[in-house]
Design a protein around this ligand. Structure first.
Ligand code: ADP
Length: 422
């Protein structure tokens, strides 16, 4: 069989899967092509790693995946944590029957907000934990490889990979097998030991030329349920300082919240069960950072994923709600956002000059706007906003502008089609 027949999902003539590697037999070659053709249909692949177990890696992976799906993305979550596959339980799909053929395992897919969540876990295939423990070296690699090759995801916007913990052979195998990942999110806790482990984990990514998308500091402080004070049990900002020192982005801190355990046990992630909790807000910020390249660049500059300078969000308004055709609006609501990137600190209504092509982008730029959230907007207008340094979010529905901005800041804004895509 030729490369073209098996890897027929893309026309990339330089695709590394087309040529047989030295020493590779027919079966290995076809398996590698199968994996490649499946990975080709996934737009972004993000690995979630940790220096050691028990730091909340799986919790972060499922909340991130769910938050992306709630933002309207088609998301897959792949649980390759061979010794502790906990994703099925965290998403309440344990015991699901996996369907498929010899060459294609179909993930369990559940609707999630406007998006979808497809779940595949090595736990679905292990009869019991001893199955994984008796695998040694090459057998373990072979099992992980076979598993990755066989899962048929279809077209996905994001694949979140819950990798085995540590920096040993298992996470190495996964990192090598996932084709061109966007990078890795490294989860740590504030304790010094974990911070030491996480340094090793970052070095591991560097050796593999795997971009570190950011460090998440989990179980960082405890909010007293009685007085609301945040108690930094293990000291403050260790994760941020470590990220700065290692030259990697800091994606934020998640507090210890007893509800995280409850939501894990009930199989509904915090971003869904408690969208207003500190934990859900922290995930909302992470998702915005992942979805917005300019925020990612800001995070890389070391300002914690917040945009440089103040964020001002403009919403076109007609009769008190978002105007679906921004050019016909009566007024703009302009929101000033605090340095934390999540809190609205001021709001004013302003009347724009008469609408002519190019007027609004220039005028909103003079008003200091950095983002416009609109219902519909043609591509020419979008590029004019872009030239004026204003990022465009389209597809928002007509609703109260303050609600729209709050949802946007919490990473929960649901956007549909661009209603004016001419
Ligand atoms: P890992 O994948 O790193 O082994 P898990 O995500 O399975 O870790 O989390 C280990 C335990 O810690 C779970 O019981 C989980 O509910 C709990 N946990 C994780 N993050 C938090 C948090 N922020 N607050 C409270 N408990 C947490």
């Amino acid at each position: 069989m030729t490369a073209e027949k098996t890897c027929n999902t893309c026309s990339d003539k330089g695709c590394s899967a087309r040529d047989r590697r030295p020493g590779e037999d027919e079966e290995e070659y076809l398996g590698r092509q199968r994996l490649q053709s499946r990975m080709c249909r996934i737009h972004h692949k993000v690995m979630v790693l940790s220096g050691k177990g028990g730091v909340g890696k799986s919790t972060v992976a499922v909340n991130l995946a769910t938050a992306l799906a709630l933002a309207g993305k088609r998301v897959g979550i792949l649980d390759v944590d061979i010794h502790g596959p906990s994703v099925p339980k965290l998403l309440h799909v344990e015991g699901s029957k996996i369907t498929g053929t010899d060459e294609a395992l179909l993930p369990v897919t559940i609707p999630c907000g406007p998006g979808s969540l497809s779940i595949m876990s090595i736990g679905f295939l292990l009869r019991d934990r001893d199955d994984a423990i008796i695998w040694r070296g090459p057998r373990k690699f072979g099992a992980i490889q076979q598993f990755l090759q066989d899962v048929e995801w279809g077209e996905l916007d994001y694949l979140i990979v819950d990798s085995p913990p540590g920096t040993g052979d298992e996470p190495l195998a996964v990192a090598q097998l996932i084709d061109h990942p966007d990078g890795a999110i490294v989860v740590t806790t504030p304790q010094e030991v974990a911070v030491q482990d996480v340094r090793r984990c970052i070095m591991f990514c560097r050796q593999l030329e795997l971009t570190v998308l950011g460090v998440v500091e989990n179980m960082s402080g405890f909010t007293c349920p009685k007085c609301g004070e945040l108690v930094r049990i293990f000291g403050a900002d260790g994760g941020r300082a470590m990220a700065e020192e290692m030259g990697v982005p800091y994606l934020g801190a998640i507090p210890i919240e007893p509800e995280v355990v409850v939501s894990g046990d009930s199989g509904t992630p915090m971003v869904q069960s408690r969208p207003h909790s500190e934990t859900a807000k922290a995930f909302g910020r992470m998702v915005r950072t992942l979805l917005e390249p300019e925020l990612r660049a800001a995070a890389a500059r070391g300002d914690g994923g917040k945009p440089s300078g103040a964020m001002k969000i403009a919403v076109p308004v007609t009769a008190g709600v978002l105007s679906s055709h921004f050019g016909h609006c009566d007024q703009f609501a302009i929101f000033d956002v605090k340095e934390d990137g999540t809190t609205i600190e001021g709001q004013r209504m302003v009347t724009p000059p008469p609408h002519e092509p190019g007027t609004f982008p220039r005028w909103l730029h003079e008003q200091g706007a950095t983002i416009i959230i609109a219902g519909g907007m043609g591509s020419r207008a979008q590029s004019l906003f872009d030239q004026n340094g204003i990022r465009v979010v389209v597809g928002a529905t007509s609703a109260d502008p303050e609600r729209i901005v709050r949802e946007y800041l919490e990473g929960r804004l649901t956007t549909g089609a661009n209603v004016c895509d001419h």
